[in-house]
Each structure stands twice: as C-alpha cells, then as structure tokens.
Design a protein around this ligand. Structure first.
Ligand SMILES: Nc1ncnc2c1ncn2[C@@H]1O[C@H](COP(=O)(O)OP(=O)(O)OP(=O)(O)O)[C@@H](O)[C@H]1O
Ligand SMILES: [Mg+2]
Length: 192
C-alpha cells in the first residue's frame, strides 16, 4: 500500500485501484473531541458518497470510525488545469447546481476537491451536510468564489462567470444569488 498524500485532515493511501482515506489524530485537538470529529466526518462523507448526484468516487467500505475505502479517480486535480481551461468552471456550475438541488451542501468547494478524468469528479465530503436553505447554498458558492480568487487569481473573474452559466439552472437560482450578495457584503465587512 502506498501513501499518496497527507492532507489537512487525512492520510490517503492507494492500494491497487482503491483509495483508503484515514482521518488521523490531531494532537492539537482534545482527545475526546478529536475522536468525535473524526467519526462524524467519516460517517458524513460515507453517507454523502452514497447519495451524491454527480460523478464522485464509488464507496467501497467504511469502518464508520476513521477510514473509508473508495474508488481511485485517476485524473488531474482541477486546481492544476483550470487556468488553461477556464470553461471547466461551467461544468463545475452545472454539477454544483445538481448537488444543491439534491439538498446537499459540499462545505469545502475548492478546486483541490475536484478531479478531472473524462469529466469532473467531486471528492472530500467530510464537511458536507444536507440542507435546503438558500443561506447554506449561498455560503457554499461564496467559499468557491474565494477559492477561485486565492488559487486562480488571474482567471478568477472569468471562471466565476463560467460557473454561473452552469449554476443558473439551480432551483431558486435568483433567491440564492440575492442571498449570495448579502453573504459577500458580510465577508467584506468582516475584513475591515
Ligand atoms: N478517490 C480519490 N481518487 C483520487 N485521488 C484522491 C481521492 N481521494 C482523495 N484523493 C487525493 O487526495 C487529496 C486529499 O484528499 P481529501 O481532499 O479527500 O482529504 P483532506 O484531508 O481533506 O485533504 P485536504 O485537507 O488537502 O483537502 C485530494 O486532493 C486528492 O488529490
Ligand atoms: Mg481536500
């Protein structure tokens, strides 16, 4: 078994065509809180992987404590290819609309959590949850926009426009955008 990467939260192993994602102990967190967090994020991710209405790794197993086995998506991180192919953002928009229409909030929409194979796959659902609230959807989009601005500075504006081309198919699109503007104002206020 080979270690692929070690992220902020988990260590990712690759075993043949299978990814093993193990959430590791964080020594800066109090032991009891740490184990509750790892367990709840693992369960959350497993549950969402079963329900997600867009391309995502197939779940192959979980111990419901700290480990999930899933399909290995052999592609490129969208983080590494978006700048030279900005129109990918439209596909991101179409897929986030589907996810939101299913009442799922991703919770960590960054281009590191998307893999391009023949199409875009979404990963990393440890912060995902079920909600139909316009507010939660608007915050999800706000986080994506911030990720575009910090990791894809040169193309961020164009990429967000492309995203909206896809996302406008979402249920309650107008309401979500009205709320999105309020969320953005709130963000600006916080920075001052
Ligand atoms: N199913 C998968 N197929 C291919 N690569 C994967 C898969 N799952 C995770 N990875 C790779 O491992 C990295 C970390 O996985 P993931 O985002 O799920 O964990 P994380 O601990 O939240 O990491 P980070 O804190 O870096 O976001 C991903 O960015 C991706 O490169
Ligand atoms: Mg991640």
């Amino acid at each position: 078994m080979k270690e692929l990467t070690s992220g902020a939260e988990a260590t990712i192993f690759l075993d043949k065509n299978q990814i093993i994602k193990k959430r590791v102990k964080k020594n800066y967190r109090i032991e009891e809180i740490d184990s509750v967090l790892r367990k709840s994020r693992t369960r959350r991710e497993a549950k969402i992987l079963e329900k997600i209405p867009v391309k995502a790794p197939k779940i192959l197993g979980t111990n419901k404590e700290d480990t999930i086995q899933m399909e290995f998506i052999n592609g490129k991180k969208v983080r590494d290819v978006l700048d030279e192919n900005v129109s990918l953002a439209e596909e991101i928009g179409t897929k986030v609309a589907k996810i939101h229409d299913e009442g799922i909030i991703h919770g960590d929409l960054t281009t590191s959590n998307m893999i391009l194979k023949e199409e875009i796959y979404f990963i990393d659902f440890g912060l995902s949850f079920f909600s139909e609230k316009v507010e939660d959807k608007a915050v999800d989009i706000h986080l994506l926009k911030q990720a575009l601005e910090s990791k894809h500075h040169k193309v961020a504006k164009k990429a967000f426009e492309e995203f909206l081309k896809g996302y406008k198919k979402a249920n309650k699109f107008k309401e979500i955008m009205t709320r999105f503007k309020i969320v953005e104002e709130r963000g600006r206020y916080k920075k001052k």
